[in-house]
Design a binder for this molecule. Structure first.
Ligand code: SF4
Length: 145
């Protein structure tokens, strides 16, 4: 499973993608299932940026979009179960896909330890989740490690 924006799909909040050439180089050896939990949770593109604070996801205008984020995470989990997917390569720092570090909720660019709503749900359901800076782990995964 992979964050769709990492393949170049223009689904980020600002209407851009975040294509990674390194990830694309694995297209011939991996079966990627692209997902965008924010779109799958019913949000439009472009959309206001959002961050997690106190367990809730709020946009920069203060609108609580936690329900959208949770709905999208559930859809991604359902898809992963349908495909028997066990591993996820997700976009870092996102309030949905981020694993390890996320923005602190102040919209100031500060990072804190934490994970996005989808990354957390997948991890709690037994999936191995990594961010794009650990893409080299894909080699190990492909080799069955
Ligand atoms: Fe990319 Fe995930 Fe954000 Fe969608 S929700 S744009 S896949 S980081």
């Amino acid at each position: 499973m992979v964050s769709a924006c990492l393949l170049g799909i223009a689904c980020r909040y600002d209407g851009s993608g975040a294509q990674s050439r390194e990830i694309l180089s694995f297209m011939g050896s991996c079966f990627f299932i692209p997902v965008c939990p924010e779109i799958m949770g019913g949000l439009p593109t472009p959309r206001d940026p959002a961050e997690i604070y106190g367990g809730r996801v709020k946009t920069i205008r203060g609108i609580d979009v936690t329900d959208n984020y949770e709905r999208g995470a559930l859809q991604v989990l359902n898809l992963s179960l349908l495909y028997g997917c066990r591993r996820a390569l997700l976009k870092e720092r996102s309030p949905s896909c981020g694993a390890g570090m996320i923005y602190d909720g102040s919209f100031s660019g500060r990072l804190v330890p934490g994970e996005g709503i989808t990354a957390g749900l997948l991890r709690r359901n037994g999936m191995k989740v990594i961010g794009e800076s650990s893409v080299k782990e894909l080699h190990r995964w492909i080799l069955g490690g």
